[in-house]
Each structure stands twice: as C-alpha cells, then as structure tokens.
Design a protein around this ligand. Structure first.
Ligand code: GDP
Ligand code: MG
Length: 699
C-alpha cells in the first residue's frame, strides 16, 4: 500500500498557488466547500512515486498568520489543529520572485509553528527580464529549509519540487526566529503556565480570534482565560512580531537577492529607471510639483472669487433681512465671515488632493518614496518618512498617524517631530491671501507665475526645515537604533476615477469639518470680544464726536472713526494692544497680533479672524482681500500688508507650531507631554526669530 501524506499549498494571494496545484494534480481534482462556509475547497491527488500518494490542498491566499479575514482564519485554524483530517504533513509555501520580501513573512511564521515547510519560489521565468538573481543555496542554509525555484508558465522545477515533497521528513524543524523575542517577559509567563506547549503556537492561539470550539481542547485548556495582557497590548505585540520578522527577512534578502535594475528590460523597469534616476528622477518630481502648484493657482481663482462674492452677498442679505441688533450682527459680522474664511479655500484644497491622489493611484508616489530614500537616509529619516511628509501637505494629523509603519523608534520620533514643518493645507489659506496681497502678479520667463513660484518656495522651505530639523535631532537625540527599509513598488496603472473622486471628497470634507468647527467657535468668541468692551467702549460715540467736533468731517468719516475707536477699546482691542509690543518688531499691528494668537488654536483661523475683526462695525460688506489691502499702517502711512510684513508673516506661519489638534496627536503617539511641548516652544521661538530677521532686513 502506498503511503499517504497531506500537502497544503499556502501563500500570499496571486503567487500562483492554483497554478502549482493544477500542475501537480493534473485532472485528479475535487472541488468542494469548506464545511459551514462558502470558501472553495480544492483537493487533488499527486502520485509522487510508487510509494507515496500526496493529497494536495489548495488553500485561500494568506498574507500572514495574524488573521484579518474569514479566508485567513480558515488557514490558521487548519495549521493550529493537529487533529484536523487535513492537517498537513508538509506545508508548501508558495512565493513569487518579485515579492519575496512580503511572501517570506508568512513562510517564517509557518516554519516557526514547527510544521515541515518547503519554500517554493514561483515565476522564475521573470528573473531574466527583471535582472533578478538569487543565491538559492545560501537562502536555503539561512532559512534552514529546502527551496524549489519553479515556473508554472514554463513548467520548470516541478521534478525537484516533487522530490522535495517525497523527502519531507528530512526537513529541519528549527524555527527561523526565537519567538520569545517578541515579548520576553510575556513569553516567560506563558512558559511557566504551560510548560509542555509550543510557545509560538500558544502565542498565535491567544492572539487570534480563533474559533476555539474546533480546536484541540487539550492544547487550549486554560488558554482562553490566560488574560494577562489587554487586547490592545496584544495587538501591539503582534505588530512588533511583524517588525521583527521583516528585520530578519530584510537582512536575509540583503545577502541573497540582487536586482540589477540597470539591466532590466521590461516596460515597468524602464519607467522605474527614469523616475527613480539619480538626476532625472528629481527633475521630474520637481517639475510635477511645479505644474501642480501652478494649476492650483490658475484653476481655482474662478471658483474662489465666486465663493468670496457669494458669502459677501449672503452677509449683506442677512444684515438687511434680519431685524437690526446683536443677533443680526453676530451672523453677518461673526459667523458668515468666519465661514467664508474657510469655504473660500475649498477649491484649492480639493485641487491639491486631486493631484496627490492621482499620484498615489498611478503608483508614482511609491517611486517618489524610493527616490527620496537616498536623501532621507542622510538626515536621520527613513524612506518611509516621505509618506508622512507628503501626507503632511494635506494635514499633519493623518501624517503623524502614518508614521506608525516606520519600524525604527528613533526615525519614527524624528518624523513625528518634524512633520508639522511641512506645509499643511491649513497654512494654504494664510499663504494664499498674503501672497495675493504682497506678491505682484507678473510672470517669470513668461510662463511661471510669480505667485505660484512663491508658493512653491514656501513648500520647499517647509520641507527644508523638516529635513534640517531632522538632521539636528538625529545628531542630538540619544536613542540607539537599527534601521532598514521595506517598500513595495506597485505596478503603474491608470488612476481609477472613482477612487480619486472619493479620496478628494473625503479629505476635503475632513478638512472643512475639522477646521470648520474650530473656526466657527473662534469666530463667535472673537466677535463677542470685539463687540463688547469696558469703560470708554460704551461711550465711544460721544468721545469721538467730542474729539472731532472742530474738524469738518462727513457723516461716513465720523462713523468709521467711531468703529475703529470701538474696536480699539473692545476686549479684543485691549488684548491686542497688550501684545502689540511683541509683534511690532515683526511688522504687525495689534489686529494681526490677535489673528496670530487665535491661530495657535489652528492656523487657518487667521483669515477668518481678520475677516471678523475687519467686519465688526464696518457696514459696507467688502471681500476679505479688499479689506486687508486697504489697511494702512498708522506709523508709516503705507499699506499694512507690504512685502516686508507679508514675508515676515509667511515665514512665521511656515515655522510656528500653531495647531492644537496636532499637539494632541503628538502627545498620543509619543505617550508623553514632553515632545509636544518641546515642539510648541522651539518651533514658535524659531518662527519668531526668523520673522523678525526677515522684516528687519526687508523693511
Ligand atoms: P493564486 O492566487 O495564488 O492561486 O495564483 P494563481 O495560480 O491564480 O496565479 C496568479 C497569476 O499568476 C495568474 O495570472 C497566473 O497566470 C500567473 N502565474 C502563475 N504562475 C506563473 C509563472 O510561473 N510565471 C508567470 N509569469 N506568471 C505566473
Ligand atoms: Mg488561487
């Protein structure tokens, strides 16, 4: 009688499991469903030689043994349950040559479970075109396994594979990694509680959401109640396991896998070669950024003007329709200008996200990450820091959360600390209005708009500050660290319109809703503070009439004088006057000072604040920009927003840490107040000094 063995085909989706299955079993197949669920169960028979008959099982694609779907859970249940009739005598882990890094994660996990495992590397037919070479023998000896390098397409390597399956009982069962390094203390306790069990298996059972009923009771006795770690801690440890495994894999592949990208011949490689080229890669990236910023300015001016005018008319409409009084004033002078201050930037923010998501969807963004890794390394950052830094152009909050996939703590902390320097969309409103006010409209070389270039410069300054700060932090932060880099290069594809549109809507909505709440609240508070005041405020009319009695002023001129007297003597005026000495050297008056202070809640409040301040007591409803342009510096008699004060403001906003939500996120991600407070003070102090120098030089 021939010996019968169970063989399970495992691997990531699309590595060629089904193709291998078909090659091994030919027509000897049976397709059914796993009991109780509708995942296809394919079984087949392969006669290895006269003495061995292999029952081959084609399992659903699995990325790791940390289940996240029913399909994956099914695979894990099978591997954890020795009593299952399908439990494999040997596991064949199928990987493919182009994604070995990701594929090997699953392999090391399966091997560490103590199941005899063969590593199949499929799609070897692609190696030549992609100029990939692999030291199979060295890889076999490091992983202590047997490897079959095969190609289903070309039908290569199957005799060797069958041979390896026949000799499965000669496979080494030694784990790739000592599981207890995941959490030494925790594993110690596990070992004491379950002295006779396999630790890694216990660990998987505890961390999985496995269906206990189906599993071997003896293994699990008491395990379910072994609750000495919280769920979130277990999740964290699971992530740590993945990181440790990737560190191991990276190290192994560094020694065995070579990709000679210079000589690869396929179209994707050709593209990659240009887009990640040491010189042209950067030129292309920079050119793309330039086009993006240019379009943001050119295309969005029409919808912006429309929104600006609509809010102005809305404000007017409320003012004339509602019965005059505090409520009418609150709506037309507080709420609507505040909302206008944010709505006006929706077109630009939407365009920015449109471009970012097209770049992401097309696969280009991963090339940028790869390209920038060369630079980032030199500054104590990881190639993966580029993702937060680019995401930071939208908002620092999701960007800081995106640092979670940086494995090295020091690199991650540095990335968190410097990300707020990148130009987030909240700065955009401030930049745009000030650029429009102080930078002339001309063109450079007849094509590039001066204003667009200025914006590009500001983005570069933000990025440069982040890099420089990282460099300094890298030198001064005393945290021991080991570094490595895992990135997947997806194939290029045409962006799917639906994905792009959804992304744009989601991000814009998040910005509008998130910022909108704060802005609305602050607009109302500011309006109250600007509309009421102590002492002189309440007798403003009499005082002004007394003062101007000898001058021959028109009614309008007197009204304006009264309004500005009131603003100066309101609560907010008092605060603003109080801080004026501190902001005067930067070229600002007390009104800008107020906007600056309120911006520490969130930067985008700046425009809304000025809009509110300039609206109070000002009956003719003009657009925000016109009001700002009309402001005169009482000392110099020149426009308040001129080149010197404008540049000084731009630089202040580029560097200062003005966002409460970001500080809260940094506190959460670093688990201490030390880092956010440090960010707040050092960044803002730096901003002050730079703005001061800029104004003093330019004035
Ligand atoms: P599964 O999801 O792991 O079952 O993978 P499949 O067997 O369905 O194969 C996924 C894709 O890879 C299919 O398009 C196959 O044609 C392709 N494929 C499988 N083996 C090879 C191979 O050896 N070389 C190449 N170039 N493609 C392969
Ligand atoms: Mg399949």
């Amino acid at each position: 009688m021939a010996k019968q063995i169970n063989v399970a085909l495992l691997g990531n989706p699309n590595t060629g499991k089904t193709s291998v299955f078909n090659r091994l079993t030919g027509l000897n197949q049976k397709v059914g469903n796993y009991p109780g669920i509708t995942v296809e169960k394919k079984q087949g028979i392969c006669k290895l030689d006269r003495n061995i008959k292999a029952f081959i099982l084609d399992l659903p694609g699995t990325y790791s043994l940390n289940a996240s779907s029913i399909d994956e859970n099914l695979v894990i249940e099978l591997l954890l349950n020795k009593n299952d009739k399908d439990f494999p005598d040997v596991a064949i882990v199928i990987s493919e040559i182009e994604n070995l890094k990701r594929n090997l994660l699953l392999f090391t996990q399966i091997k560490d479970l103590g199941i005899p495992a063969i590593l199949v590397i499929n799609m070897s037919d692609r190696m030549k075109r992609k100029a990939i070479s692999l030291d199979v023998e060295l890889l076999e000896s490091i992983l202590e396994t047997k490897i079959a390098l095969i190609s289903c397409r070309k039908n290569l390597g199957f005799e060797e594979l069958k041979e390896l399956i026949s000799n499965y009982n000669q496979l080494s069962l030694k784990p790739c990694l000592d599981a207890s390094v995941i959490a030494p203390e925790y594993f110690d306790r596990l070992r004491k509680a379950f002295p006779n069990q396999d630790l890694y298996k216990l660990w998987l059972v505890i961390t999985q959401d496995v269906n206990f009923g189906k599993l071997d009771r003896k293994v699990l006795k008491g395990v379910a109640s072994f609750q000495i770690e919280s769920i979130s801690n277990l999740k964290r440890l699971q992530q740590k396991e993945t990181i440790i495994r990737y560190q191991f894999i990276n190290n192994v592949l560094g020694k065995t896998l070579k990709i000679d990208t210079e000589n690869a011949k396929d179209l994707r490689s050709r593209f990659d070669r240009v887009l990640t080229h040491k010189f042209w890669g950067y030129v292309i990236f920079f050119a793309i950024l330039l086009v993006i910023f240019q379009s943001i300015f050119d295309w969005s001016s029409y919808p912006m003007n429309f929104i600006d005018n609509s809010f102005a008319s809305l404000s007017k409409w409320f003012k004339t329709t509602l019965p005059p009084g505090d409520f009418s004033n609150l709506i037309s002078e507080g709420v609507i200008p505040g909302l206008a201050g944010i709505a006006i930037f929706i077109p630009q923010i939407a365009f920015l996200f449109l471009f970012i998501s097209i770049l992401e969807e097309s696969g280009y963004m991963s090339r940028v990450v790869f390209l920038m890794d060369r630079i980032m390394r030199k500054f104590g950052l990881s190639g993966k820091s580029v993702v937060p830094l680019i995401a930071g152009t939208a908002c620092a909050i999701p960007a800081i959360m995106a640092t979670r996939n940086i494995e090295n703590w020091k690199e991650r902390l540095i990335t968190i600390l410097v990300t707020p320097f990148t130009t987030c969309s909240a700065r955009l409103p401030v930049y745009l209005i000030i650029i429009a006010l102080v930078i002339p409209e001309g063109r450079v070389l007849g094509v590039f708009s001066l204003q667009g270039l200025t914006l590009l410069v500001l983005y570069s300054i933000g990025f440069g500050a982040a890099i420089l700060a990282a460099y300094i932090l890298d030198k001064f932060l005393d945290i021991p660290s080991k570094s490595f880099f895992v990135i997947e290069m997806p194939n290029y594809k045409l962006p799917m319109l639906k994905n792009v549109v959804i992304n744009v809507i989601e991000k814009t909505k998040a910005f509008v809703v998130g910022a909108g709440k704060i802005i609305l609240a602050i607009s109302i508070i500011l309006w109250v503070l600007a509309s009421y005041g102590p002492g002189d405020f309440n007798t403003a009319e009499e005082i002004v009439r007394q003062q101007t009695i000898s001058q021959n002023l028109t009614k309008d001129e007197i009204e304006t004088k009264i309004a500005s007297f009131k603003l100066e003597h309101s609560y907010i005026g008092i605060v603003g006057k109080g801080i004026e000495p501190a902001v005067k050297p930067l070229g600002y008056d007390w009104k800008i000072g107020i906007a600056l202070i309120s911006s520490f809640a969130a930067r985008e409040v700046f425009v809304g604040t000025l809009a509110t301040i300039y609206s109070v007591g000002n009956d003719d409803v003009e657009t925000i920009k016109n009001k700002m342009a009309a402001e005169i510096n009482p000392v110099s008699g020149e426009p308040l927003f001129n080149l010197a004060s404008g540049v000084s403001l731009l630089l202040f906003y580029a560097f200062a840490m003005q966002c409460m939500s970001t500080l809260a996120i940094v506190k959460r991600e670093t688990n201490s107040w030390k880092w956010p407070l440090w960010q707040l003070f050092s960044m803002s102090a730096f901003a002050y000094v730079v703005a001061l120098i800029a104004y003093q030089i330019l004035k």
